[in-house]
Design a protein around this ligand. Structure first.
Ligand code: OTN
Length: 483
């Protein structure tokens, strides 16, 4: 090889080496589909349990025998629901178009057990239409709960599962075809054990053909079609860890099943992240006697931390009352939660720090990227480094009691062990017990702890299946509204 050729090759290598180092990390393990990415970014979704149960005393699970005439909201205003969501910063909402009692909130061609035979608007009303129109007006993404379990249909002497497959399929088709874009559909597993895979396959094909972007919540027999899974309880307590990946076999022994829903598995063979459904009141439907039992702002903050703050999406239920309006306490508490969240996370106290990382993939992936608010920039190390320390020297001693970290979910779960320490001299480090040997990160992980005062903060990425890819890391002071 002549000397000129060697020189040219050396010059080429000098040019290309930094470019190779700036290449984004390859995804590790399973990654989310486009629907799951969109869903994660909603963070919170409102659930509206509204129907014939609303008009019966103490009923949450109607038996399908209630007279349709009793459905008569006196002042239904879905715009008021949406204004509550706007004030709470909730971008999406799901309406119970039909709950287990079988009563349909839209004038379905396939049943008389619906608003057509109610007193409301002389049977000419359509709650689903009013809901999707209000969603559209306020820029909220609409979703539909069409309960697979139907007690009214079961009352019929002609009932059989095959017939029901078609009945439900026709109704699903109406809802997926006639009401604009539907962003989520919810297949409750409650009471739905008779519904088999072939039945859900038929229904799945309807959803997918009519609404390609619609996220499917599935559980039990519908689990294999699910974009998102149930997380195992209705109390808002997502697991720690909570992996987006879990097992594709949904039913094993009961304890393992619930643990799998609640925590997922790091090495799981299906990417089905957890959705956390919980009501702002003790019940799913409205009962006047629960007006003074609306979850407090502090309770809502706890739930936010154990759902959104645990790599899940919070599906929070607001039951409209017999007027068809949300109660002012529910709206107020959610608006205050939003104010508290904005006050808390509005200021990342690490901003302005001098940042030192044990390894950096290249300038494009510098550790400072974790402090900007741009989700497209992130910190990553070279492929050979699955661990890293990042030290932040704060501009001044600062008090904080909360930390938040976010992985680049498009690149899969990577890190599986991480901790946070603090120091006042940059030499002697103190562990934060609540932030020690944590496991999952995913979309967002939040830890809260007793207030500490520090000049230095250190993020230790202790283990992972691939180099870390983290787009946000911060420490914060919890707003007094939340405590
Ligand atoms: O009695 N239950 O049916 C019940 C009690 C407490 C918590 C959940 C349930 S049913 C459960 O509902 C989930 C949604 O919240 C999922 O759909 C599960 O598949 C279903 O079993």
């Amino acid at each position: 090889m002549n000397i000129r050729k060697l020189t040219t090759m050396a010059a080429f290598a000098a040019l290309t080496i930094p470019l190779v180092a700036q290449k984004a990390p390859e995804p590790a393990g399973l990654t989310p589909n486009s629907r799951q990415i969109e869903w994660y970014n909603r963070e919170m979704i409102a659930f509206f349990h509204f129907g014939i149960n609303t008009f019966e005393d103490f009923v949450n699970e109607g038996d399908g025998r209630a007279n349709t005439a009793i459905f008569n909201p006196t002042a239904l205003d879905c715009g008021q629901w949406m204004r509550t969501l706007q004030a709470a910063g909730i971008p999406s909402a799901i309406l119970t178009a039909k709950h287990a009692d079988g009563f349909c909130l839209w004038p379905s061609k396939y049943t008389d057990y619906c608003v057509k035979n109610s007193t409301w608007k002389d049977g000419k009303g359509d709650v689903v239409r009013e809901f999707v129109d209000a969603c559209e007006e306020y820029g909220i993404k609409a979703g539909i709960y069409l309960g697979p379990h139907d007690r009214y249909e079961h009352l019929s002497p002609l009932y059989n599962t095959q017939r029901y497959k078609d009945y439900y399929g026709h109704q699903l088709n109406e809802l997926m075809s006639d009401y604009g874009k539907i962003w989520e559909t919810w297949w409750d597993g409650a009471g739905a054990d008779e519904l088999t895979t072939p039945i859900y396959t038929h229904w799945y094909n309807i959803v997918r053909s009519k609404q390609p972007d619609c996220v499917i919540f599935g559980t039990k027999n519908s689990y294999r079609f699910a974009d998102v899974r149930w997380m195992g309880n209705e109390a808002g307590h997502t697991g720690d860890p909570c992996w987006a990946t879990t097992d594709s076999i949904s039913i094993r022994d009961e304890a393992a099943h619930y643990q799998g829903l609640n925590e997922g598995f790091f090495g799981g063979d299906a990417y089905v992240p957890a959705e956390t459904d919980v009501s702002i009141r003790p019940s799913w439907f409205y009962h006047e006697e629960e007006d003074n039992r609306v979850k407090s702002v502090q309770e809502l903050w706890d739930i936010y931390c154990t759902s959104v703050g645990r790599n899940s999406v919070l599906l929070i239920n607001f039951p409209p009352d017999r007027r068809g309006l949300l109660h002012s306490t529910d709206s107020l508490h959610m608006a205050l939660l939003r104010k508290g969240l904005d006050e808390t996370f509005g200021t990342n106290l690490l901003k302005g720090s001098k940042v030192k990382a044990s390894n950096v993939r290249g300038n494009k992936f510098k550790a400072e990227n974790m402090l900007d608010t741009d989700k497209t920039t992130y910190f990553a190390t070279s492929d050979s480094h699955k661990t890293a320390n990042v030290e932040f020297a704060l501009p001044r001693q600062t008090e904080f009691d909360c930390a938040m970290i976010q992985e680049v979910i498009e690149l899969g779960h990577r890190t599986n062990k991480w901790s946070i320490e603090y120091s006042n001299d940059g030499k002697n480090w103190t562990a934060i017990p609540e932030a020690t040997n944590k496991q999952s990160i995913g979309y967002k992980w939040i830890v809260r702890f007793e207030p500490v005062k520090a000049r230095y903060v250190r993020l230790n990425i202790q283990d992972g299946r691939a180099c870390p890819a983290i787009h946000t890391f911060g420490v914060y002071k919890q707003s007094s509204i939340l405590k």
